[in-house]
Design a protein. Structure first.
Ligand code: XMP
Length: 333
């Protein structure tokens, strides 16, 4: 049997009981696969890698080595939360690498979106590989591959072309040879979330909105500058906070802020104030191939606008993107 194909009679994991059974099954399978060897995992804090981490911590404890690379393009407090949950609460063997300087200096003056993606993806592998080489006795690499990734690879193998190069993390360098551990590879996203909750991960982490691998790098449009990136991070945190407070976070599939490299004239404290616009995007979709615009109540928009323009250094306007996909893509780059 092709073990990359989901068996037709496999039950959809949609209850705690089914999730618990899946977890027990996978714990046994992982233990049988890795024995007493060490397993490495790039833990981004996304749903898939977090669920793999929680599952493997349960199966093999400290034999799992998690590496969290902060590329400096994470949302506000995101890396700190990964460390808090996995190191402090789950007692994981976690290596935290702050690679902000490496990434931001490589991205200086780079404005082409695909070049930015390639630089971020390649540097991610460099940082991760450097760390992997320092470790001894690691034989396995765990990955949060899920069934849609497998289906996408099948499509790619059939020669269908993608609009953007979403797969930021390519293969590791040839000197690093690991056997793969992919406990979620037959699951759909909704099932991964049910398993994550059954493993005791926080609801906010398991139901977190999708966040692209290149992170805020593709939302700080054009050549990234540190001040504009910081403005974006702060504005995005305000948007997320207001969506949480107003019950929109559960209703909207993906919502974020984009800050383009243009300035307009405004006024602050009775003086001319040139600043960037913060653009709000909130979309709903089933599969990210097409997307519709979620309506945000005007009072919420007013609150977000007031907070962003008052609290975020360098921003003097707030705009709303009303473009569905197609013809806009979800991200601006
Ligand atoms: P687009 O912009 O293509 O986005 O409509 C569809 C979904 O994919 C996410 N996205 C990415 N995810 N690496 C990722 O891991 C990327 O380079 C990337 N670009 C877009 C986007 O956030 C949306 O959920």
């Amino acid at each position: 049997m092709d073990n990359n194909r989901r068996p037709e009679n496999m039950a959809r994991i949609n209850t705690k009981e089914l999730a618990d059974a899946f977890i027990e099954e996978q714990i046994a399978a992982v233990k049988a696969q890795v024995g007493d060897k060490k397993v490495l995992l790039a833990l981004s804090g996304g749903v898939d890698s977090s669920v793999v981490a929680a599952l493997l911590i349960k199966a093999i404890g400290k034999q799992l080595i998690c590496v969290h690379v902060n590329h400096g393009l994470m949302r506000k407090d995101e890396s700190e939360n990964v460390v808090k949950i996995f190191k402090d609460e789950l007692d994981a063997n976690l290596i935290y690498i702050d690679a902000t300087e490496r990434f931001l200096s490589l991205l200086e003056n780079v404005s082409d979106p695909e070049s930015k993606r390639k630089i971020i993806g390649a540097e991610f592998i460099n940082v991760f590989a450097d760390e992997a080489r320092k470790l001894e006795g690691v034989s396995f690499l765990a990955q949060g591959t899920i069934y849609p990734d497998i289906l996408e690879s099948i499509k790619a193998a059939e020669g269908k072309k993608a609009v953007k190069s979403h797969h930021n993390v390519g293969g590791l360098p040839a000197d690093l040879k690991f056997e793969l551990v992919e406990p979620l590879k037959l699951l759909f996203k909704d099932e991964v979330r049910v398993v994550g909750e059954a493993l005791g991960l926080p609801h906010a982490m398991v139901y977190r909105q999708p966040f692209p691998g290149p992170g805020l790098g593709v939302r700080c449009l054009g050549a990234i500058t540190r001040d504009r990136l910081e403005a974006l991070r702060e504005a995005d945190a305000i948007l997320r906070d207001e969506f949480d407070k107003n019950g929109l976070a559960e209703k909207v599939w993906q919502y974020f802020v984009v800050v383009p490299d243009i300035k307009s004239v405004g006024v602050k404290d009775d003086s001319r104030y040139e600043g960037w616009p913060a653009i709000i995007r909130a979309v709903n979709t089933v599969d990210a191939m097409t997307a519709t615009i979620e309506e945000i109540p005007y009072p919420v928009l007013h609150k977000i606008t007031a907070r962003i323009t008052a609290e975020v250094e360098g921003v003097n306007r707030v705009l709303l993107d009303l473009t569905p996909k197609p013809c806009g893509t979800i991200e601006w780059e």
